[in-house]
Design a protein around this ligand. Sequence first.
Ligand code: GDP
Length: 201
Amino acid sequence: MSKNKAQPPSVVHKVIMVGSGGVGKSALTLQFMYEEFVEDYEPTKADSYRKKVVLDSEEVQIDILDTAGQEDYAAIRDNYFRSGEGFLCVFSITELDSFQQTVEFREQILRVKQSDENIPFVLVGNKEDLNDKRVVTIEAAEERARQWGVNYVETSAKTKHNVDKSFFTLLRLIRDKKLQEAALNTQTNKKKDKKRRCVVL
Ligand code: GDP
């Protein structure tokens, strides 16, 4: 048996890219995956990617589902959202409508996740390199993030500015949530064990 097989498989964190069409979800994903800026990427359906990364000295895998914005059927969209452990909710700082759409995406996600306000979620203002065409102010975006209790990161898929930061911020949130849940489960199991032992005695 090879040595690798004996090693425990690294944990997988599932990330979903959401946001209206044209905000740069694919460009951010491809920049993070392959370190290149793809100008004209035209997917017809959702694409998924997987990559090994080192998160605070632990090797983990990131699974990214890049939704194409053509999930016309709510059931398909909800299935995608249900499978996600964390969300990068992207808008373009050059398009007001895409900023408004983030409200709808957040509502859809919360609905699917049974209103779990602690769902790992990062609000991303992309196309930061086009600052001269900015229509969404940093203050407005930060205010929305504050109301939601989430982080706000401005990125540029073109220059790679903050691209890693946005993904790693989300990965840490997902990891911490899983650790909290595992700790809670252990506590509950210990309590159950105690109860069972009491009954035996
Ligand atoms: P999606 O529909 O959200 O996946 O958006 P795409 O990734 O297909 O990007 C839409 C368009 O915006 C493409 O022409 C990209 O080249 C461009 N784009 C994406 N991100 C950036 C960015 O950060 N800066 C600039 N200047 N253009 C970007």
